[in-house]
Design a protein around this ligand. Structure first.
Ligand SMILES: [Zn+2]
Length: 168
């Protein structure tokens, strides 16, 4: 997300949903909006954060699927139930913030300029989170994969060096 924008309020349909504050949560930032017409309040999570959550969630589910179903021949009902619950949980924690974006779309031509929201937080990854959140949904979806490839590349290089120079 670039700077937070004016959005159209889902309660009163007016383009008067104004960002009032932004803070850092555990793994993403969250922008609070308040409607100047009907006083409605809403929190919007940047799309990039939702994208990261989707990719990481799917990776975990895929890995879990592999352990649960692909490797063992007898899967019990409890393991399957927990897995289904995890899938539903992922759908909820990514679907609900996505729905907030769809229900309160960005206003095309707001008739006002917004001040930059300063982020007051001592979060250790604040800069990284704010940087990543500039890239939008696609950037968020891809970021964990790049990180994974980098990690695998480093492991590969270390293994290669060991094998070539030390014969381990
Ligand atoms: Zn409103």
């Amino acid at each position: 997300m670039k700077q937070p924008e004016v959005r159209i309020c889902m309660d009163c349909d007016q383009p008067t949903l104004i960002p009032v504050s932004r803070d850092i949560q555990i793994y993403s930032s969250s922008i609070r909006y308040k409607c100047e017409t009907c006083e409605a309040k809403i929190e919007i999570q940047p799309l990039a954060s939702i994208g990261v959550l989707i990719t990481v969630g799917l990776l975990v589910l895929a890995f879990w699927w592999y352990i649960l179903f692909a490797r063992s021949s007898d899967t019990d009902i409890i393991g399957t139930s927990i897995y289904i619950a995890a899938v539903l949980a992922l759908v909820c924690i990514t679907g609900i913030p996505l729905l907030a974006h769809i229900m309160n779309p960005v206003a095309k031509n707001p008739d006002r300029e917004l001040p930059d929201l300063t982020v007051n937080s001592e979060h250790i990854a604040k800069k990284l989170i704010l940087y990543l959140e500039k890239f939008g949904l696609l950037g968020g979806l891809i970021a964990p994969l790049i990180l994974l490839l980098l990690a695998m590349g480093i492991v590969f290089i270390i293994g290669y060096i060991n094998y070539t120079f030390f014969g381990i």
